[in-house]
Design a protein around this ligand. Structure first.
Ligand code: NDP
Length: 456
């Protein structure tokens, strides 16, 4: 099979790559697995942390080139791509600073002369990763995995093969020995072969629910641990007493950054009845004033393309199916009449529970508006989804906002801020958004053998 790298701003074919056959994949996996003993036992954590600092340096040295590649291959604004690469560098420094305390033996008082918990590497960890943050998502899985002493192999999304190769090169340039981080040029149907390889001890997947279920079922049969970071349909609750200006700015960024293609984007705007029509009008005005479509490399552009035409078509179909059932378009709802995968920023209101807009994840620049009669109703609507990734509450009444934040069925809740990930805090979901955590000490310890050692 051939993987194509296509610029979604122009539909230009940038590059093509042949995928590996099964025999090549098997050979690479076997070769990689030979490196585990050296890396896990002979390379002290101190040295692994030094490499992390060099990884951060390489990311910053090559930041503009890497950002350009991200923008060319999946379409996000160049400024957003620059920020993504910088965030990866910060992640490396975070674990370089803290991995030693997070992985240190923990003494436990028992009736032994010495007993403790040790955090030991497991083997090869497979990352199945998406295209929306083609550097960040990969680094979020790979950096803690290799720092804990594991080896990482990557099955990246097939529309970002150049980013996948660039990531491998970044590790090489930083001085990592071959085989510590390996890009596999394979199709999604070959992921099963990787999971079943005896050296593979865990799988981290970020992507759709469908891909998550498929991968987790194979890994489950093989008794290999999975961490799944799947979709979300995050609530953005605005209460009557919220600071409207801040909430509108939050809505603009929370829904439309990365062209709405983010698992923790604000997707369902749950507005108190009292302020809902004003909010919708101001939100529409803010959209009209803010967005200018253009080349995502140009710093004056604020409306970038979506990553692929099929993703745009799927989103548009969800919008149209909702409209057929009675949803009303406040703005948008069409593909721009220009080259590339540009979708007009859209607001949908008059939503009922039988619509795709109520039940499905909208992975693109479409805001779904729901109305609530009181805070408890808003919380009920926020939780009326199969997903449970994150969510935010906007209000000057911090006590009420915090109680709603706690009541949200989600892996993270934010008050008066949009949702975001931070290396210092665990990241992940509940319900159909997946399980397990990335980032922080919790993320570092997902793929380790938490081992009890007891000495009489
Ligand atoms: P997918 O979930 O299909 O792709 C994510 C990764 O999983 C890719 O590497 C993909 O490979 C791989 N994959 C897909 N199917 C399988 C499978 N059966 N077995 C093993 N690996 C598989 O996402 P899409 O790109 O198709 O996007 C579709 C939807 O997924 C979005 O609309 C959104 O809802 C969700 N999504 C969520 C993301 C998140 O951050 N949580 C990120 C991206 C998408 P390949 O590219 O070769 O198919």
């Amino acid at each position: 099979m051939v993987m194509q790298s296509i610029n979604p701003a122009t539909n230009e074919l940038l590059a093509e790559f042949d995928t590996w056959d099964d025999a090549t994949l098997d050979e690479v996996m076997t070769q990689v697995s030979y490196g585990f003993a050296d890396w896990s036992q002979l390379t002290p954590l101190e040295d692994r942390c030094l490499l992390l600092r060099r990884l951060a340096d390489v990311l910053r040295d090559d930041q503009d080139l890497l950002a350009e590649l991200i923008t060319l291959e999946m379409g996000k604004l160049y400024t957003e791509a620059m920020a993504e690469v910088e965030k990866c560098a910060v992640l490396c420094e975070f674990y370089a600073d803290h991995a030693d305390e997070m992985l240190a033996d923990e003494l436990v008082e028992t009736d032994a002369s010495k007993s403790y918990v040790a955090y030991l590497p497991l083997g090869v960890i497979l990352g199945v990763m998406p295209w929306n943050y083609p550097f960040w998502q990969v680094m979020r899985f790979a950096v803690p995995a290799v720092t804990a002493g594991n080896l990482a192999v990557l099955k990246h999304a097939s529309n970002v093969p150049q980013c996948a190769l660039a990531l491998e090169e970044v590790f090489r340039k930083a001085g990592y020995p071959d085989g510590i981080f390996t890009n596999l040029m394979i199709t999604s149907s070959q992921v099963e072969q990787v999971i079943r390889h005896p050296a593979v001890q865990g799988v981290a997947l970020t992507g759709s629910e469908t891909a998550g279920r498929k991968v987790a079922s194979i890994a489950g049969y093989e008794l290999k641990k999975t961490v799944l970071e799947l979709g979300g349909s995050d609530a953005f609750i605005v209460l009557e007493n919220a600071n409207m200006k801040a909430a509108i700015q939050g809505a603009l960024k929370g829904r439309f950054q990365n062209m709405g293609q983010s698992c923790i984007a604000a997707k369902r705007f749950i507005l108190d009845n009292y302020i809902s029509e004003d909010f919708i009008a101001d939100f529409k005005t803010a959209i009209e004033e803010h967005f200018v479509a253009g080349d995502p490399m140009d710093k004056n552009t604020t409306l970038a393309p979506m990553a692929r035409q099929d993703l745009l078509d799927e989103l548009h179909d969800q919008v149209m199916r909702s409209v057929e059932l009675g949803a009303e378009l406040v703005c948008g709802g069409y593909q721009l009449d220009r080259e590339g995968c540009y979708y007009a920023p859209t607001i949908l209101k008059n939503i009922t529970s039988n619509m795709p807009a109520f039940n499905e994840e909208f992975f693109g620049p479409v805001a779904i508006v729901l109305k609530a009669s009181e805070p408890a109703h808003a919380l009920g609507l926020a939780n009326a989804t199969d997903f449970g990734l994150a969510g935010s509450v906007w209000s000057d009444d911090l006590a009420t906002a915090e109680s709603i934040a706690i009541g949200m069925q989600s892996g993270a809740s934010f008050v008066n801020s949009i949702s975001f990930s931070d290396p210092r805090m665990p990241f992940g979901g509940i319900k159909n958004s997946g399980y397990g955590r990335e980032l922080s000490a919790e993320g570092l310890r997902e793929f380790v053998n938490i081992k009890s050692v007891w000495i009489k």
